[in-house]
Design a protein around this ligand. Structure first.
Ligand code: 5RP
Length: 229
């Protein structure tokens, strides 16, 4: 690679995954998210695994990776609080509000984020948006409520489709389904999160506003930028 070769998206993810190590507190547990960017963080975390107590994981997929690298994984119920939770995002706006759930792990991500004092978002620059909503909003739902919830999103101008895997409805780690909602322009993330979360049958909406990022490590062509909120 020459000095002028722009970094690929994968290389940007590696950079922010490594940069996140500075937020891991020695001797403590770290909250670990889900996704391709977090996978880079997990690889980096292995290099300091002997200096931490272990991790609380937000998905079966991350748990498998953490354990394969010899990092102990604790159940969230064994933990009162975490100093930091590190996770990716599908979109992040200028206030640290995010859309998450592209990897279908949004419910456990929100649970582990709620345990943490700080949410460090790691993302390449393609995730930075002015207004959330261009990425279809993931919503984990109880299957019998899916059609009703889809109709409620229609009233807000959104079109919800059931996420499929191998031609069948995707089943989350929690045994539920995912609706992906297109066409929303989320100008008030706090209000939308509050509203949708109280619709019957919604397990979790993928707006992360009440537990937004406190820091974003954004991978850009100029290097890793640290954005604080
Ligand atoms: C998984 C998530 C991920 O954080 C989000 O989808 C970003 O993933 P990636 O780092 O692969 O782009 O919310 O549910």
């Amino acid at each position: 690679m020459t000095a002028s070769t722009p970094l690929s998206q994968d290389e940007l993810k590696t950079l922010v995954g490594q940069a996140a190590l500075q937020y891991v507190v020695p001797g403590e547990l770290v909250g670990v998210g889900t996704g391709s960017t977090v996978n880079k963080f997990i690889e980096a975390l292995a290099s300091i695994k002997d200096s931490i107590r272990g991790a609380v994981s937000s998905s079966e997929a991350s748990t498998v990776r953490l354990k394969a690298l010899g990092i102990p994984v604790l159940d969230a119920n064994q933990v009162r609080s975490l100093s930091v939770y590190i996770d990716g995002a599908d979109e992040i706006d200028g206030r640290g509000y995010m859309v998450k759930g592209g990897g279908a792990a949004l419910t456990r991500e929100k649970i582990v984020a709620a345990l943490a004092h700080n949410f460090v978002c790691i993302a390449d620059e393609s995730k930075r948006v002015d207004v959330l909503g261009a990425f279809p909003l993931p919503v984990e739902v109880i299957p019998m409520a899916a059609a009703h919830i889809a109709r409620r999103f229609e009233l807000l101008g959104g079109q919800a489709t059931l996420r499929l895997k191998d031609g069948r409805p995707l089943v989350t780690d929690n045994g539920q389904h995912i609706l992906d909602v297109r066409g929303l322009r989320i100008t008030d993330p706090l209000a939308l999160e509050s509203e949708v979360n109280q619709w019957p049958g919604v397990v979790t909406v993928g707006v992360f506003a009440h537990h937004k990022a406190s820091v974003c490590l954004l991978g850009t062509r100029q290097g890793v930028k640290t954005l604080t909120y």
